[in-house]
Design a protein around this ligand. Structure first.
Ligand code: E4P
Length: 319
């Protein structure tokens, strides 16, 4: 039996979307993505108590003027410690996200990204294994432009619109993560329509971005993220990369129904697509016009920040 997971791997690079190190080995993913919510979840698991205790204990040999500095340091080191473990499992990239409260500050995002890369390098993980995840705000995208120019590869995340995607590609982003499930979530809550695999607006958003990128020969990798069900994944077979939770990886590995190629450069190139010029004002205008994308981008930043703050509270309690 050839599982759907194995069939999918013929069309797309499969990435694991988790901080749960032990849960992905059996799926042999190429890369791994994390985010502040996934790291917070993993840190709470008893499985990683030793790793967490080690990071906290190592921090005690350093001098901090305030507890808050120590907590911030531990939060960063924990995120990196999980990243380091993940680099031992996947052969490719591990994505590590910059603090969400920096999403509107280009300089601070650049500085934080460099700190993360330095920490990885000090632990023996070369920068070519790491993608710095940065929210697709205008300021975040300008940070991506600077980082890519300095040889640090970025993963532009929380992408809900073609405008954001184009701005990232024009900035030279190595990779973008267009979200699927969160778009479906918004449409389900904000419209009276019924949605199924034939009209999933999250899938349609990725198709549009993929077609545009391939039509105009952008090198930026399209990695669809945030899946709610197996159909969303199957309907994007052929996308450059797909980052998938362990639960959905398991479902795909248990099923052997046929998977067909849905996205291809050949097909995209044959389409008649109008070129769009994105600059700062048009970016802000289009985002403002797109209620779903504005809401989901803002909410995404809020939620990741909330989980980072929860992680810091948890650390404080353990000091
Ligand atoms: C991965 O890069 C994303 O952070 C992740 O897929 C988000 O998934 P969610 O919408 O299920 O939180």
């Amino acid at each position: 039996m050839v599982s759907q997971l194995d069939s999918l791997k013929k069309f797309s690079s499969v990435v694991a979307d988790t901080g749960d190190i032990d849960s992905i080995q059996k799926f042999n993913p190429d890369d791994c993505t994390t985010n502040p919510s996934l790291i917070f979840k993993a840190v709470q698991s008893n499985k990683y108590k030793k790793l967490v205790d080690e990071v906290i204990s190592n921090s005690k040999s350093r001098k901090f003027s305030q507890t808050e500095d120590q907590v911030n340091y531990i939060a960063d080191q924990l995120t990196i410690a999980f990243g380091i473990e993940l680099t031992k499992i996947v052969p490719g990239y591990v994505s590590t996200e910059v603090d969400s409260d920096l999403s509107f500050n280009t300089e601070a995002t650049v500085e934080k990204a460099k700190q993360i890369i330095n920490s990885y390098e000090q632990s023996g993980v070369p920068k070519n294994r790491i993608l710095i995840k940065i929210a697709g705000t205008w300021e975040g995208i300008q940070a991506v432009k600077k980082l890519e120019a300095e040889g640090i590869s970025c993963n532009c995340t929380l992408i809900f619109s073609l405008t954001q995607a184009i701005a990232c590609a024009e900035a030279g982003a190595f990779l973008i993560s267009p979200f699927v499930g969160r778009i479906l979530d918004w449409f389900k809550s904000n419209t009276q329509k019924e949605y199924d695999s034939s009209n999933d607006p999250g899938v349609e958003s990725v198709e549009k971005i993929f077609n545009y990128f391939k039509k105009f020969n952008y090198n930026t990798i399209v990695m669809a993220a945030s899946f709610r069900n197996k159909d969303e994944i199957i309907n994007l077979a052929g996308c450059d990369k797909l980052t998938i939770s362990p639960t959905l990886l398991e479902e795909l590995s248990q099923n052997d129904d046929e998977i067909k190629l849905k996205l291809s450069k050949e097909y995209s190139s044959s389409l008649d697509i109008e070129r769009i010029n994105v600059n700062e004002s048009s970016f802000r205008w289009h985002l403002n016009e797109n209620q779903m994308a504005s809401f989901k981008l803002a909410e995404g930043i809020r939620l990741f920040n909330k989980d980072l703050l929860k992680l810091k509270e948890l650390i404080k309690g353990q000091l």
